[in-house]
Design a protein around this ligand. Structure first.
Ligand SMILES: [Ca+2]
Ligand SMILES: [Ca+2]
Ligand SMILES: [Ca+2]
Ligand SMILES: [Ca+2]
Length: 226
């Protein structure tokens, strides 16, 4: 005996929403000793790509030795003595990340470590961090920070404990195929840069809409009621 092939389904749309854990989208901690080349991230999540564009240069070895991206140990221990990037008042530093996934990600924070060079007249340089979306020339300032003074003067290869920074990005969503670029202005050293985000996994299954559009079963067997 066959039962009716048709079952009445709820006609209202069903919203399925799952909250996801944060991910390290892209991170840089090891920098080559060179003056011009760009570098891909040292750590990157599936479906993302990135590049640090060094308009000045980077130095290796040396760098931050606190073992963390910003102040967070959530992403494992970061190796020390594997180089850092320079930023100068004449040449900014840029980190670019592209979302190659089909869905957007909700950005959470930008983590980094930094130290300032000493100004000629004393004191330290402020660093201003801004971002632009999709290659645009409009820059949105995220924060101006004042890193600790570079403790080892002009020794380019020494390790030291850089200042830790966490910038809030919760107002920024990186859509599918979108690119975000972060600009660092100041004078000093940058290390352990990481972009953190939460993937958006919400999806809507419009059962009501499907039924309304005339869903039918391919097998058109007649119901036989006993
Ligand atoms: Ca490093
Ligand atoms: Ca690298
Ligand atoms: Ca750190
Ligand atoms: Ca530190």
């Amino acid at each position: 005996m066959k039962k009716s092939l048709f079952a009445l389904l709820g006609a209202s749309a069903l919203l399925v929403s799952n909250s996801s854990a944060a991910i390290l989208v892209a991170g840089w901690h090891a920098f080559d000793n060179n003056s011009t080349a760009s570098e891909a991230p040292d750590s990157v999540s599936t479906g993302f790509s990135g590049l640090v564009v060094k308009n000045t240069y980077s130095v290796s070895p040396g760098g931050d030795n606190d073992g963390t991206y910003g102040n967070s140990s959530a992403w494992g221990v970061v190796p020390s003595n594997d180089g850092y990037a320079r930023v100068t008042t004449a040449a900014n530093l840029y980190f670019t990340v592209t979302n190659n996934n089909a869905s957007a990600v909700q950005l959470t924070s930008l983590l980094f470590d930094a130290v300032s060079s000493q100004k000629a007249g004393g004191g330290t340089y402020d660093f201003t961090i801004s971002y632009s979306l999709n290659g645009g020339t409009t820059w949105t300032a995220l924060s101006t920070v004042n890193p600790a003074l570079n403790a080892n003067g002009f020794n380019p290869n020494q390790q030291e404990d850089f200042s830790d920074f966490v910038l809030n990005l919760s107002s920024v969503t990186l859509a599918s195929a979108a690119t975000i670029q972060f600009r660092f202005e100041g004078q000093g050293r940058i290390d352990n840069v990481a972009l953190i985000a939460v993937p958006e996994t919400s999806s809507t299954i419009a059962l009501g809409g499907l039924l309304g559009a005339g869903v039918f079963f391919r097998s058109r067997r007649r119901s036989v009621i006993a």
